[in-house]
Design a protein around this ligand. Structure first.
Ligand code: GLA
Length: 749
């Protein structure tokens, strides 16, 4: 049993392998939060809280005449609003009498076997974990607005999930204006927030900032989880680093706008709240109606950031991703986008296939431009019919010819969008989100379809179903290339317009669910102008997401590094593209590009007919190498060995969970003359085991280096785990243009 209720003390305690989480029903019926941190057996943690008369922090009626209990100072599980707690809050609403108050007291709780699910929203699932569910009900005794606080417990994985169902059990209508998924009070400590900000082609950059008395907000109001912030945040002890210290992760399973706030209150207690974005949000609850929030995946690590990342990697891979390709090796693909952009014909695609197949590439993905009048990004979105001026032989025959060359076939779609210059828009202008009387905001010359409308989803389903049932398509890249503005639905009444953005996401999930249910063998790769919807919501339907439109391997390092804090490499779409790179003009070797892309789902995005024979040979080798180490890369433990941009090289490692092997990856980002000797300390090995070192790739790191700049060779072919982890491996001087290498360590005794 990982959830334990003790009547005498009123405590409900959740245990995971390495953490404990506790709340307590106080004698007055408040639901106090008492602890979340390292595992503690069998204690009532409410002893931590001493009640004082705090001037200016008022007291609820039940405790009268005592002045020592205040909602303004109490650590609470899910605080109300407008009744004397002035800190950031997870809920706000307007009652039918116009008042704004919501004041929760405990009603009861239920402990169940298995993992709950949430109506209309994706959430994690039990993958043979023996998960348990706790539902704690709290209510406002006057208005009868009730919140069911829902917890999922994955004991072995050190994961606790949370969601809330707000029910209007009163008689009048309630307007929810904020309904967050969680609130967490941490009464002690000095904390930093690590968040992952960015922009198009530069997503998930790692930033660490101290939390203080200013309220800090991380979020997106763009209708997508966004390039600019990711719905994953870490709150870490100020001294915490990769291998040491306490840290909490919070990840929202949601693909629309979100908000996380953090506040250190007047008595230095930290409160965190997280949920869907409340700007432009309101939700109408008639008597008896309920609203379900998305899920938050929480994890606590008492031993640093790496452990926290490992918890998330395992959980995302096993309990969020679904379907045939959840754990299976995905085909190594070649995508024609950066090879041709819109300028292709069936002959050109066949030529790419001809060149790609002998290299060992397994699938050709036809990107944007194959449908309607889509010859540039100004027209055609919405018209999901093959453009037979470009694909003269027809799609079916093209796919057959590609399959005959030994390649699978995949295709790009951007279902949620429409161009004004399209048949679809001309027929159904009201299907686009626009505000009456206002000219719309356009991004890339496109508008957003109203995914909340069933007829829009039915049209899209019909087009996608037609494509997938009549053609041998084994992969779909599902793109979404803009932030949402003009969130107004022609089909919703005036007082429901605040629901449009969330209903959009519910509609999106319904459509994705229909497609993945009816076409379970099709691999979907999520995409949103690169990585603007890199989140656990999309990962519930597509086990991989295109990480960024920046394919420059050097710039990719910080993108993949930031992404790795919350998401496993098996989710990160990464390709080898042409050099010079199309986004930055930077030249890099195919070797370096291969090493970076291999720490992702791995594929190519270039015109192979333009490659030198030498590069083609290298691609063949890369594919052999990737397949050889596939299991280690995708399922091994991922270690960040350098802190990004702090040195002249970046290093990361994959280690088998049992310590039997490891793969070290190094890229020199700033080659220096006469550098200091660097010792890379490996992680995750067995201390007293002996490892055989395959350093055959090192020659690429020093290629072209004049002999007088090379070290006297020292033959080190075997080292103990102890030596590698405590003293490290000495990095040779790098030479050339961003040289890189991989090194393999295999336990031999
Ligand atoms: C987005 C994607 C790219 C490509 C283009 C096509 O930017 O991220 O990979 O598919 O759209 O228009």
């Amino acid at each position: 049993m990982s959830i334990i209720y003790k009547k005498e003390s009123g405590t409900i305690t959740i245990h995971t392998k390495n953490s404990s989480y506790q709340m307590r029903v106080t004698p007055h019926g408040f639901l106090q939060h008492t602890y979340y941190g390292r595992r503690i057996e069998d204690e009532n943690m409410s002893y931590l809280f001493l009640n004082y008369d705090r001037a200016c922090s008022g007291n609820p009626d039940e405790v009268y005449p005592s002045r020592k209990i205040s909602l303004d100072t109490m650590a609470q599980e899910y605080p109300g609003y407008g009744v004397g707690d002035y800190r950031i809050h997870p809920i706000s609403l307007r009652n039918s009498d116009g008042s704004r108050a919501v004041d929760f007291r405990y009603v009861g709780h239920e402990i169940k076997e298995g993992k709950y699910s949430i109506d209309g929203l994706p959430s994690s699932y039990d993958d043979g974990d023996g998960a348990e569910t706790l539902i704690v009900t709290i209510t406002d005794r006057v208005t009868k607005v009730t919140a069911e606080l829902i917890y999922g417990v994955f004991e072995e994985k050190d994961i606790i999930t949370r969601a809330v169902r707000v029910v209007n059990n009163g008689k009048g209508t309630v307007k929810l204006t904020r309904a967050f998924s969680m609130s967490l009070d941490i009464p002690y400590g000095k904390w930093d927030m690590i968040h992952f900000h960015g922009k198009h082609a530069f997503e998930r950059q790692t930033e660490r900032e101290p939390l203080g008395h200013l309220v800090k907000t991380v979020g997106s109001a763009r209708g997508t989880s966004s390039h600019q912030e990711n719905p994953f945040v870490i709150v870490a002890d100020r001294n915490a680093c990769e291998d040491f210290g306490e840290c909490y992760g919070m990840m929202l399973v949601y693909s629309g706008g979100f908000k996380l706030q953090a506040e250190v209150d007047q008595f230095d207690s930290t409160r965190l709240v997280m949920g869907l974005q409340d700007e432009q949000f309101s939700w109408h609850l008639d008597a008896g109606d309920a609203f379900s929030t998305p899920e938050v995946i929480m994890s606590f690590s008492g031993s640093g950031l790496t452990k926290l990342s490992h918890n998330y990697h395992k959980f995302i891979r096993n309990n969020i991703c679904r379907g045939k390709y959840k754990l299976a090796r995905r085909p190594i693909l070649i995508n024609n986008w950066e090879a041709t952009y819109f300028d292709f014909t069936d002959e050109k695609l066949l030529q790419i296939a001809d060149e790609a197949a002998p290299l060992g590439i397994e699938m050709l993905v036809l990107d944007d431009g194959w449908f309607g009048e889509r010859n540039s990004d100004n027209a055609g979105l919405g018209d999901w019919f093959v453009n037979e001026k470009k694909i003269k032989c027809g799609l079916k025959s093209l796919i057959e010819q590609i399959n005959a060359k030994g390649l699978k076939f995949g295709i790009w779609i951007e279902p949620e969008m429409v161009n004004e210059d399209s048949e679809l828009y001309r027929k159904h202008p009201d299907w686009a989100l626009t505000i009456p009387g206002r000219r719309p905001n356009r991004t890339r010359n496109q508008l957003v379809l109203d995914m909340a409308r069933p007829e829009v989803r039915d049209y899209l389903y019909g087009r996608i179903e037609d494509l997938l049932s009549n053609n041998h398509i084994e992969y779909v890249k599902w793109d979404m290339n803009r932030s949402i503005a003009d969130a107004y639905s022609a089909s919703a009444p005036e007082d429901r317009q605040g629901e449009v953005l969330h209903r959009y996401i519910l509609g999106l999930y319904e459509l994705m669910d229909r497609i993945t249910t009816n076409f379970p063998d099709v691999l979907i790769e999520g995409c949103s102008g690169g990585g603007a919807r890199f989140d656990a919501g999309i990962l519930s339907y597509s086990p991989q997401i295109w990480c960024s439109d920046d394919t420059d391997p050097i710039k990719r390092l910080s993108i993949q590094y930031g992404t790795s804090f919350g998401y496993p490499v098996s989710t990160m779409g990464a390709h080898v593209s042409a050099s010079p790179n199309h986004q930055t003009g930077r030249d890099t070797t195919i070797h370096t590009r291969g090493i970076v892309a291999m720490s992702g789902t791995f594929g190519y995005e270039l015109d192979p007919s333009k490659l030198s024979d030498q590069d083609k040979e290298e691609i063949k080798e890369q594919i052999v190498q990737f397949k050889k180490h596939y299991d280690l890369i995708q399922n091994g433990l991922y270690y960040r060995l350098t802190e990004i941009k702090k040195d002249y090289y970046e290093a990361w490692e994959f280690a088998a969970e049992d310590g039997s092997e490891a793969l070290l990856n190094v890229v020199a980002t700033d080659v220096q003359p006469n550098p200091a000797l660097m010792h890379i300390r490996l992680k995750g090995l067995e201390s007293d085991a002996v490892y055989e070192i395959d350093d055959s790739d090192l020659k690429k790191y020093t290629e072209g280096c004049p002999p007088y700049l090379l070290a006297d060779s020292v033959e080190v072919k075997r080292l103990t785990g102890d030596a590698l982890m405590n003293a490290g491996y000495t990095l040779p001087w790098a030479f050339g243009t961003y040289p890189a290498f991989q090194m393999h360590f295999k336990k031999v005794k």
